[in-house]
Each structure stands twice: as C-alpha cells, then as structure tokens.
Design a protein around this ligand. Structure first.
Ligand SMILES: [Zn+2]
Ligand SMILES: [Zn+2]
Length: 180
C-alpha cells in the first residue's frame, strides 16, 4: 500500500509539491495552508496540483453562488459526515481514507476514475479534518452536474490556464474534489 507521502507527492517530480499552481509562490514560504488535488484513472495520475488557500478562495469566488450552494447542499446531504468522521478516527493510518469514496463508499479498486484531496497547514503538516478524502469519478460527475455552465467554464479556464491539454471531457469533473 502506498504511504500518504507517496499519494500526495508530485508524480511528475517524485517530490512533495513546492509551489502553488496559480500564484506560483513557494508553499512553505507563504504562511498559508494549501491543498493537494490529484485525479487518477486507474493507476495513472491524470492531473495533479497544489493550490494555496487564497488562490482556492479566489477560484471558488468566481463560481456562482447558486453553483456553490448546490454543491455544498449535495455534499451535506450525500455524505454522512458523522459516520465518516468516526470511521476516519478509527483508522490507524489516515491513508486508509483513500481506500473508498467518501460519498458512496465504493472501493478504490472498483473506481475507474477517482480524485484525492488533502489540506496542509501553513507549515506543511497534513491537516486531519474532513480532508484528506477520496471521491470516485461517478460522484465527481454528480458534483459537476450541479455547476452552472458559467461555473463549469470558470473551471475549464483554470485548467486551460495551468495545464497543457487536460481538458478531456471524458474525465468527469477533473481535479476539483477538494475545492468545496
Ligand atoms: Zn496561490
Ligand atoms: Zn462515489
């Protein structure tokens, strides 16, 4: 089984993420928490980035209130947070959180596509709260359905600005599992 460090490091460099994908500042120097989001298709990582919380807030601030409200309502209604948090606390190693979808509980081995998301504090320590978590492709697609076309366009532009050619419509949602 992969360790948490292995899950969260950059597949491209083999090292922990060092810079925010959006503002390009060094994560350990900015005194802000940051997220690592990765999306996998089976064993292959198809998208990965770290984003500082101010940039994440800037990005989600450009999504419509209706879209954000709809996604948050979905996450509130579909995730049994009380049970999930209890499960999380029982785990000997937080990496076990990546073994199944936080929403539908599907095991990772059964997921064609899945995303993982983790929050680090400003010093680089992993924060254990609702994150880290894993969401399967099917559930990411359900979240995407709740975004307005304008909000999807905000997301697509973010991908176009920062990644070369990942705007693959066949990858559901692509990489925003931890943005809400
Ligand atoms: Zn940033
Ligand atoms: Zn799911």
């Amino acid at each position: 089984m992969k360790s948490m460090d292995e899950w969260l490091r950059s597949e491209e460099t083999g090292e922990p993420f060092s810079h925010c994908v959006h503002c390009h500042l060094p994560l350990l120097e900015i005194d802000e928490p940051w997220l690592v989001n990765k999306e996998f298709r089976r064993d292959e990582c198809v998208l990965e980035y770290a984003i500082c919380v101010p940039c994440r807030n800037d990005l989600t601030g450009r999504l419509s209130e209706g879209s954000k409200g709809s996604v948050r309502e979905f996450l509130r209604n579909e995730i049994d947070w009380e049970t999930r948090i209890k499960d999380f606390m029982m785990m000997a190693d937080p990496v076990e959180r990546f073994a199944s979808c936080v929403i539908c509980q599907t095991g990772q081995e059964a997921c064609e596509v899945f995303g993982i998301s983790a929050l680090h504090d400003s010093g680089g320590e992993l924060t254990l709260g609702p994150l880290p978590l894993m969401i399967c492709g099917g559930c990411i697609a359900k979240i995407t359905e709740r975004l307005s076309p304008e909000s999807r366009e905000v997301w697509r532009k973010f991908l176009d600005d920062h990644f070369s050619g990942p705007s693959d419509e066949t990858i559901p949602g692509t990489g925003f599992s931890g943005l809400f």
